[in-house]
Structure formats: structure tokens, C-alpha cells
Design a protein around this ligand. Structure first.
Ligand code: NDP
Ligand code: GDP
Length: 338
């Protein structure tokens, strides 16, 4: 039986990855932060909390990382934990640098010292492309991060490459484009949209307030993407791979897809800060722009080229953005029935 350790197991990807690894017969361990009230909602929703081994674990604490790895020496180590919200990274820039950047070298150096045979996965991100230097973005595209989050992740990405090249470690980075699900954090735009629209469909009257409606993202389903992470660690040689759908969509179009799944038909009125969306049937205002959600620097366009992953890993995104929006909107609508 293989063993795996997942940092960030209580997050969206951690929960899906844990479920996938359990289905493959792994013994799954994961790190949870000490907080005043244990939070395993996502693991509970997938029905796997009792099947995994949870360890107190914080990326900020070097000795804690050291002891965990020394005691477990897992076959595979997936580093998914992060301060993952771009918007907060301007308020928490030093913390984000530590958790999303420095912690990666703490883990790698511990692995190198006490468990060099462990295979390592680093959760890199399309946010590293930022002000994109090439369309679509692939593994070789020059990085130009646009947020403290993106900058911290660039460090994590390069230090992973460096430990692979310096010490021959089986260390791989997945450059994942945005991936969402009903378990997505509520502050991300997709989930904010589906939660808000579900509340309106249930009779609520608070319009969803959003920022930049024109930015474009390459959105896939998290359940598909964790399979790509696992495939990376099954390769004989470590490497870096983009996982993406190759389709890019505006925030406005994602909103429209989610609304359609809840039987709304929208009229879009106005532009910029004046833009609104109105449901034709009920005449209700369902979206208005609030400039407080604009970012100090924006990533306007992301679209990935996952050819390398398709050829080397046999991986392909399975879920269209329309189906993803519908899946999330319906899940939030159903959850609000109670
Ligand atoms: P989430 O925000 O859902 O999960 C983040 C996890 O990290 C949570 O389990 C959180 O714990 C944990 N965590 C945060 N800070 C610490 C810390 N100091 N010590 C230990 N654990 C900590 O993120 P996702 O699941 O969406 O993303 C997984 C990874 O993939 C992240 O690294 C993210 O940056 C990256 N990524 C995500 C993309 C996406 O679209 N989802 C795209 C590309 C990369 P707690 O539950 O206690 O908060
Ligand atoms: P990100 O790609 O990791 O930053 O994922 P997000 O879901 O947080 O943001 C995706 C895009 O949606 C960015 O271009 C945001 O500027 C844009 N956006 C527009 N309105 C909002 C909003 O209200 N909340 C969030 N989170 N993003 C918004």
C-alpha cells in the first residue's frame, strides 16, 4: 500500500485528491492547521473524513514539517496548502510570501534530508503568467506575476525545479489554470456567483456585487485536475506540466451560464462601473458592479495549452465551463433548500 501526505487536505483540491487516492488504495495522511474549531466540511461532504489520517501541520513551522516528514516518510507528498486567494495577497503580502513561497523550500529541504525517495508535487499556478507574454500559455511561457500571490508562487515553482536539478529529487510542478467545484472557496468569483444566484433563485433579493467583468479565465473542474496531479507523480521522470481546458471565458459569460442553469435569462445593461444584469422573467436586478472588488493589478486573460500533459500523461479536462457553472449553481441551489 502506497502512502501519501497532502498539505491543504481540508481545501478544495485536497479533499478531491484524498478521495481519488483512497479509491486507488493509498493510505492517505493530511495536514490540518490548529484552529479554534476543527473544519473538515469538505472532507465530510465527500464522506471520507474517517478514512484519512490527519496530523497537526502548519507551513510556517519548520520543525513541525521536519517531524511530520521524518515520522511518515510518505511515498508521495502533495503540497497543496497555500494562502490561495489572490485578492487577499495584497493585504497579507509577507504572510503569503512565507506560506506560498518559503514553505516550499522548507518542505523540499526536509525531504532531501530525511526522505529523498519521496515524490513531491508542487501546486503551481497560471497566476504566475499574470501579464501574459504568450497566448495560449504553456510550460515555456515567460512568467510575469501580477500579485504578491503570483510572485510567491513563482518562488515555489523555481525552487521545485532547482531541487530537482540540484539533488535529483522526483519533484514536479503542476501549473494549474483555475479549477472550481461546489467545494470552491466562497470568495472566488465562480462560487460567489453561484452562491449569490442560488440565493436569488430561492427568493432572496440581494444582487451579486462583482468587480472586473471583462477578465477571462480558463476554468476547469477540480475533480479532473487532481487526477492530473497524481499522474505527474507516476511518471518515471519528474517534470512540469500545464493543466488547462484551452477555453477562456469572461466573468460575464460564466455568470450567464450559471444563471441559465437556474432558469434565469439575463439582460445586460450598461458598461464599466454602471454595468448591471437583470432577470427578464422576474425583472429583478441580479448583478451590479462594485468597484471595491477591482484589484490593484489585474490578470486580464488566462488560457492554457495542456498539450504536454495530454501527450505525456494522457490527461485531458473532461468538463466544459458551461457544465461546471451548471454543476456549481445547482449544488448551491440544492444546498440552500434546507
Ligand atoms: P484552498 O484555499 O481551498 O485550500 C488551501 C488549503 O491550504 C486549506 O486546506 C488551508 O487550510 C491550507 N492552508 C493555508 N495556510 C496554511 C498554513 N499556513 N499551514 C497549513 N495549511 C495551510 O485552495 P485550493 O484547494 O483551491 O488550491 C490548492 C492549491 O492549488 C493551492 O496551493 C492553490 O494556491 C493552488 N492553485 C489553485 C488553483 C485553483 O484554481 N483552485 C489554481 C492553481 C493553483 P484551512 O482549511 O485551515 O484554511
Ligand atoms: P484568481 O484567478 O485566482 O484571481 O480567481 P478569482 O476567482 O478570485 O478571480 C478571477 C477573476 O474574477 C479576476 O480577474 C477577478 O478580478 C475577477 N472578479 C470580478 N469580480 C470579482 C469578485 O467579486 N470576486 C473575485 N474573487 N473575483 C472577481
Amino acid at each position: 500500500m502506497k502512502t501519501a501526505f497532502i498539505t491543504g487536505i481540508t481545501g478544495q483540491d485536497g479533499a478531491y485528491l484524498a478521495k481519488l487516492l483512497l479509491s486507488k488504495g493509498y493510505e492517505v495522511h493530511g495536514g490540518v492547521r490548529r484552529i479554534s474549531h476543527p473544519e473538515t466540511t469538505r472532507l465530510d461532504l465527500l464522506g471520507i473524513t474517517r478514512d484519512i489520517h490527519l496530523h497537526e501541520f502548519d507551513l510556517g513551522e519548520p520543525n513541525n514539517i521536519f517531524r511530520t516528514i521524518r515520522d511518515l516518510k510518505p511515498d508521495e507528498f502533495y503540497n497543496l496548502a497555500a494562502q490561495s486567494f489572490v485578492g487577499s495577497s495584497w493585504d497579507l503580502p509577507a504572510y503569503t510570501a512565507d506560506v506560498d513561497g518559503m514553505a516550499v523550500v522548507r518542505i523540499l529541504d526536509t525531504l532531501r534530508t530525511v526522505s529523498p525517495e519521496t515524490r513531491f508535487y508542487q501546486a503551481s499556478t497560471s497566476e504566475m503568467f499574470g501579464l501574459v507574454q504568450e497566448v495560449p500559455q504553456r510550460e515555456t511561457t515567460r512568467l510575469y506575476p501580477r500579485s504578491p500571490y503570483g510572485v510567491a508562487k513563482v518562488y515555489g515553482h523555481y525552487i521545485t525545479m532547482n531541487y530537482r536539478e540540484s539533488f535529483g529529487m522526483h519533484a514536479s510542478s503542476g501549473i494549474l489554470f483555475n479549477h472550481e467545484s461546489p467545494l470552491r472557496g466562497k470568495e472566488f468569483v465562480t462560487r460567489k456567483i453561484t452562491l449569490g444566484l442560488a440565493a436569488i433563485a430561492r427568493g432572496g433579493n440581494a444582487a451579486v456585487e462583482l468587480g472586473n467583468m471583462d477578465s477571462k479565465r480558463d476554468w476547469g473542474f477540480a475533480g479532473d485536475y487532481v487526477d492530473g496531479m497524481w499522474r505527474m507523480l507516476q511518471q518515471d521522470e519528474p517534470d512540469d506540466y500545464v493543466l488547462a481546458t484551452g477555453v477562456t471565458t469572461t466573468i460575464r459569460d460564466f455568470f450567464t451560464y450559471a444563471a441559465e442553469a437556474l432558469d434565469m435569462n439575463l439582460d445586460w445593461v450598461g458598461e464599466g462601473e454602471q454595468e448591471t444584469a437583470i432577470d427578464r422573467k422576474s425583472g429583478r436586478l441580479v448583478m451590479k458592479v462594485n468597484p471595491k472588488f477591482y484589484r490593484p493589478a489585474e490578470v486580464e486573460l488566462l488560457i492554457g495549452d495542456a498539450t504536454k500533459a495530454r501527450n505525456a500523461l494522457g490527461w485531458e479536462a473532461q468538463t466544459s465551463v458551461r457544465d461546471l457553472a451548471a454543476m456549481m449553481a445547482k449544488a448551491d441551489f440544492d444546498a440552500q433548500a434546507a
